[in-house]
Ligand binder design. Sequence first.
Ligand code: IMP
Ligand code: MG
Length: 336
Amino acid sequence: MSCTIIVGGFFGDEGKGKVVAHIAFADHPSIISRGGVGPNAGHTVKIGDKEFGVRMVPSGFVYPKARLMIGTGVLVDPRVLRNEVDLLQVRDRVFVDSRCAVIEESHIQRDKGSEHLAKTIGSTGSGCGPANADRVMRVARLARDVPELAPYLADVPREINSALDRGNNVLLEGTQGFGISLYYGTYPFVTSKDTSASQIAADNGVGPTRVDDVIVVFKAYPTRVGEGPFSTELDRAVSDEMGIQEFGTVTHRQRRIGRWDGSMARYSAMVNGCTQAAITGIDRIDPACAGITEYGKLTRKAKDFLQQAEEDIGHPVTLISTGPDVSQIIDIRDEV
Ligand code: IMP
Ligand code: MG
């Protein structure tokens, strides 16, 4: 394994951050680089009693030995970046591609001020849609035009491809999820860019022939924030009764909860070119599985669910998350 892409298979918030963190500690990548839209993403990583929510810095930051990069296709908000770099003390290992487009205050105003984006679509209000529009119109400023970003600038594709040439492991982190892809999602209730694995490779200047593995992360009970169709959605009263409640990392809005969607999982695995899948939240299928780290110790109920999920996806489920902490995971990637 050398170049691995990790993407979300449902509507975002599948627990990619936690899966990335686990793989980073297990596989020692020299670079962890982010693709995806921009600071509309929120990744939560929990280690021991510390919980971090990041929007710009790759969620693999918890692994201290990797250089952390933001790929060319990603929108950068310099204020969000500065706050995270200070908070996480990762100043000396964060790099931003000089061609990233920059989010300005005016983009945030346009995002929040637009009836269509703020109300109908339910955007995160982080300025991403208007900034991507400006990039397409070729009027957006790039990272290389912003003095504050000068210390971080790099040629991310060159760094990644050189690392792969040297035989290092590289992780490419996706953000958002398949269901909110601009191309493949529930348009118009989608984000402002494709979110599939090919896009994450393109965001980082990595050609398709260099990618070895695509891990698609699915949540046992998928969630969706913002507006738009969600065919397996549960009534709030039902999910509340089941004790499932989640709130967004960026907007703190309550997430909509749904049942497992096998046909969406299959289609998403197909377009993403899935080689292996990760399933998070198995402890919600059966609370008796909370914190388990060995496959053999899972309950019958959990194993039945995983078998069905594997059939739906059509590829092996090799990572099973049993709780929020990075240590709460079953990793059987070696066994397939
Ligand atoms: P925008 O990307 O801020 O324009 O928001 C468009 C839609 O995508 C809204 O429904 C958001 O809630 C959703 N969205 C954007 N980023 C994420 C994410 O990282 N996780 C989950 N939903 C997201
Ligand atoms: Mg999130």
